[in-house]
Design a protein. Structure first.
Length: 132
């Protein structure tokens, strides 16, 4: 059987997941249940816009990384620091799984989140890159 290469979107998802783990953060590829300790990272949505040239496939990708903490009064600095650490590591990323990564920009926000019935702090980091 032939081995299947990772798709670019899976490779970048896995690279960001690994970055978060290496930074020592509890990291999930899904939103965990209430038993998960806070703070944690959820490597979420991956958006792809690809284009083909005569010889290569290029793509622009956006990955959304979510950071949740359970004490909005106490954990704002924690969420900001976690976002900053992931962002700095993202800009150092040059290659993953045979794909060249060109980090382009990021967007972020920190907001209150009451989706669970308890007050949470929700940090969002949107990372834009080109993969070739």
């Amino acid at each position: 059987m032939a081995t299947i290469e990772k798709s670019p979107e899976q490779a970048i998802h896995d690279a960001l997941f690994a970055i978060s783990i290496q930074l020592g953060y509890a990291t999930y590829n899904y939103l965990p249940g209430s038993e998960a300790p806070y703070p944690f990272v959820f490597v979420g949505e991956v958006f792809e816009q690809s284009r083909r040239t005569k010889f290569n496939l290029f793509g622009d990708y956006q990955v959304t990384v979510h950071i949740y903490a359970d004490d909005p009064k106490r954990d704002r600095k924690t969420v900001a620091d976690m976002r900053n650490s992931i962002k700095k590591a993202f800009y150092q990323l040059k290659e993953t799984n045979g794909y060249q990564i060109i980090p382009k920009r990021h967007n972020g926000t920190i907001m209150n989140d009451n989706s669970t019935g308890m007050p949470l702090l929700h940090g969002i980091l949107e990372l834009d890159m080109t993969i070739k």
